[in-house]
Design a protein around this ligand. Structure first.
Ligand SMILES: C[S@@+](CC[C@H](N)C(=O)[O-])C[C@H]1O[C@@H](n2cnc3c(N)ncnc32)[C@H](O)[C@@H]1O
Length: 258
């Protein structure tokens, strides 16, 4: 999942992975949460535990953390970016959030029932992250990764995806892309859940302005790109005025340690 190509591609990928903090407050306000059904599915292997301890890895401002709390989990968070952590603390002052990465998780062995990653697993260096995730999981635990993906089968969304591409955009993975795997984990399972976010043209521009491929480009290109997106949304009958549903699906993969 990480930039696997030449050194320039790896450098671009690393810049995107560390870009979110510059937009932390807008991110916290405008990024979507995750479908609750997806969170329940991810934690299904822990059904016998009343309030499972869950690590939100790459927690950002806490978008997935809020969903974990809503389903009765006890959450702890790890996040490398100081600005994202500051927004997290503003929203969840009673929770613990630690500075750290998936490759070096600052938790003891066997300390949580689940590790989850919202829109973050693709930034991890998997060969180092999987052993760390396995190390902090208790026996019988589960790892799950979540993504909110725009529903490109909706015509205006497909048009938006074309308009919103920047020089930093990568080709989206094909839907039949093989699931990740690691010898420490049983094969991954995948499930997809319908989801949506209420948006206006302006607030959807704010959302897209937190996507890393719009953050890492030069300021003049970014301004032109966001203007183009706003013009597109104002011209489409579905999004020109008032609130509308931004159609998403929450995709989840989960695996239990062997
Ligand atoms: C798109 S944001 C997702 C944040 C949050 N999980 C959410 O669902 O909104 C990706 C997050 O992954 C974090 N991240 C990037 N590389 C990471 C790594 N190697 N280990 C842990 N987190 C990482 C970034 O700092 C950022 O907060």
């Amino acid at each position: 999942m990480r930039g696997n190509g030449d050194s320039a591609e790896r450098e671009r990928w690393a810049r995107r992975a560390t870009s979110f903090g510059t937009q932390a407050a807008v991110y916290a306000e405008h990024r979507p949460d995750y479908a609750v059904a997806a969170i329940r599915w991810a934690l299904e292997p822990l059904a016998a535990i009343e309030a499972p301890a869950v690590l939100d890895l790459g927690a950002g401002t806490g978008k997935l953390t809020g969903g974990l709390l809503a389903v009765g989990a006890e959450a702890v968070a790890v996040e490398p970016d100081a600005s994202m952590r500051a927004e997290f603390v503003r929203r969840y002052p009673a929770l613990t959030i630690l500075a750290g990465t998936a490759e070096e998780i600052p938790l003891p062995d066997d300390s949580v029932d689940a590790v989850v990653a919202g829109q973050a697993f693709h930034w991890f260096e998997q060969s180092r992250a999987f052993p760390e995730i396995a190390r902090v999981l208790r026996p019988g635990g589960v790892f799950a990764a979540f993504w909110n993906i725009e529903d490109g089968t909706t015509e205006w969304v497909a048009g938006l995806q074309r308009v919103a591409r920047s020089e930093a955009s990568t080709t989206p993975p094909p839907p039949d892309q093989p699931l990740p795997g690691h010898p420490l984990f049983a094969p991954f399972e995948k499930a997809v859940f319908a989801h949506a976010q209420r948006r206006t043209a302006d607030s959807l521009v704010e959302t897209i302005g937190t996507h890393s491929h719009t953050v890492v480009i030069p300021a003049d290109q970014r301004a032109a790109l966001l203007r183009r997106i706003r013009d597109y949304l104002r011209a489409r009958p579905e999004t020109a005025a008032g609130e509308f549903d931004y159609p998403l699906h929450t995709e989840v993969i989960r695996a239990v340690p062997r």
